[in-house]
Write a protein that binds this ligand. Sequence first.
Ligand code: BMA
Length: 809
Amino acid sequence: MERITLDGNWRLQQAERGIDIPAAIPGDTHTALLEAGLIPDPFHGMQEQELQWIGRVDWILAREFDCPASLLESGELFLELESVDTFAEVLLNGTVIGTCENMFVRYRFDVSGTVTAGTNTITVKLSSAEQKARELSTRLPYPVPYMTYPTQSPHRNLIRKVQCHGGWDWGPCLMVAGLYEAPVLLASPLERIEYVHTNLTRDGDRWLLDVVTELQSSRTGETTLTISCAGVRHEERILLQVGSTELTRTLTIDGVEPWWPAGYGEQPLYELRVKTGHDAVNKQVGFRTVEVDTTPDAHGRPMTFRVNGKDIFCKGANWIPADSLPGRIRETDVEGLLQSAVDANMNMIRVWGGGRYEPDWFYGLCDRLGLMVWQDFMFSCALYPAQEYFLENVNEEVRHQVKRLKDHPSIALWCGNNEDIGALTWFEESRKQRDRYLIDYDRLNEGIIGSTVRELDPNRTWWPSSPSAGEGDYSDNWHDDSKGDMHYWSVWHEGKPFEAYHEVTPRFCSEFGFQSFPSLPLIESFCDTGEDLNISSPVMEHHQRNDRGNSIILSTFTRYFRLPASFSDQVYLSQVQQALAITTAVEYWRSKRPLCMGALYWQLNDTWPAASWSSIEYGGRWKTLHYAAARFFAPLMITVREESPGTITIYGVNDTEAPVSGSLQVDLVDFDGAVRGLLEDKAVLEAEASTSMEMFGLELSEAERFASCLRVRFIPDGDIPEAETTLLFAEPKRCGLREAAVKVTPVTGSEVILETDVPVLYLWLELPGWKGRFSDNCFHLFPDRPRRISLLGDIPKDRTALKLMHLRH
Ligand code: BMA
């Protein structure tokens, strides 16, 4: 098949405003306007507010392109459009060739006879999605409510567009429009391949790969179909019907290496090639089984991912779109974020339902990195219509997305939506008329999405919603830790203390989070003057979308810490307490393995610079939480708790396949620097298990509780890195931390040694202006254990500028 990709320079036009500017495609309205200097940066100050008009007017994207006569001679011509945001009328040389109304559907319009040899014009008329949503709302038989946010676009749930474009509790309202994949002109003399997708099953030592090839042709004819993968080849002559021809051929494959999640083995990928006389599709596949065990047990119903027969504790975070402006999303930046997930010992991410189905290359990266993907369908925090036109529209979307994505070995589960069962209880309308809205919910979720997934991808788990107690259970599962996946928000949204994480043992926690501010340099990038550098300045409040967000951050300061005086200390401490919150949860839940088998915190990344629950701020810099994640998600982890006053328990978690022996060392470290050895013992951490290592009594006077901490180390035999954790006997605000003299000694070009005279807690290293990251950060430093820290990434020019912050600096 011949193709012309229509990427590059287009024009963006808006007649009433006299706008006619260059626009890069793939790209969006806002990015083009910004690059043309017509609008200010929407992320700066409160400028987002002045830019709401962009989403309320119609736009035109257009360009000319040359079509060689040879292409016209090669047969039928089609124009393929994918990721069109959202309502568009598409014209070629002034003739309407089709309309788009769902940014998650792929459109292929017949343009034979419309394209001419020489210069052609393609015009995409984009109607305001916000106006369309308003119009649709007037035609509803009854209201369909949605969660509201400080700056938002109404009725976003009525249109098939990225839901968080209309504002979220961490993101701006920027109703972008545009083309996020370049349109492609396709020419074929006879058949074209619509889809290739596979079903994989294991048969003893062999794999059976059912390859489904969907062909389209406007004439009958004959062609040769060739399928090859992992050294196996199938070839046959086939007859083409008018319209669609679907063929399923099974390849029996052996001798391939299995695909494993990160931390469990390699990620070998094999090329699948499907070729016909005039078209070809290549895909990467991986060989593995993945199932989710939900067999009822004594505690309720587990949710255990099993890959190649092995139970995996899923460690990770929730993924939201990489930028509020889609035109700015670059594969290299996304790769950096996903690599950071793996560097923090994650093996799963959840592509959350308020964002987008990511492009193919995103899942390709996950395949290569060994990141399992929990894939939501794009419905979130709202009720949705169940009228025929909407269901048909979603049906097309789901069919397209499942066929597009299902061959990725990384995709571990399909999930219907985010929190839409919960949403049934959020609105007065649905509380009063639950039956009506529940039926609508079910029509869409089970009737369309679930049934399509079961039909097209029977070997993968269909999970109705997140959170959910499982199939056929319509309870919201927010507060039930006995079955399914849980969203545990009692600590953030309900104001419970961090200790409340110990009151639940979710079978799988797919959301829990705590907010922090982004780094000072990032805050300075969106503030104009020093006056703005105050938590309750209008600019800082604008960059906080959760109503009670800043007051929760502040009240948590006073709950655990001494109130920081300066703005930079508040920023630092907000990140420390976020890391402390999530560490408290994950260490406990991992120690409850196999009752709990997954922890995905909310959220990995940000779409703009703001206060949020993310562990990586906008731009890719690691917050304190991300460094903590690398420790609390490490394959070997130890955790210590004071179970009841004076009773200490230590658990060791080993996610690896072999038991690990080593020595356990417990010290009482006084804040004046004295180290008292309490216990030294040989210990074995059982394979793929949590081991109860010690339980002992520790009598301490009240003064001692405020003057010391318990340091626990597990030093494995052999080359395995050691695990360390610390228990404070009181909230940090009560601890008698001393003034410390921390010494930094540069060793090689990219390493420093840190030493201290007294213990320092949450030591944070910062090198202004440097874009790299440290091998570890925000850890406790003890006088008897200097630390060697590497600077990863570009070698900084000046290490003497290294700034240190800790709880008493
Ligand atoms: C969850 C998510 C998001 C939200 C987050 C923080 O419920 O699914 O919708 O941003 O909580 O409130």
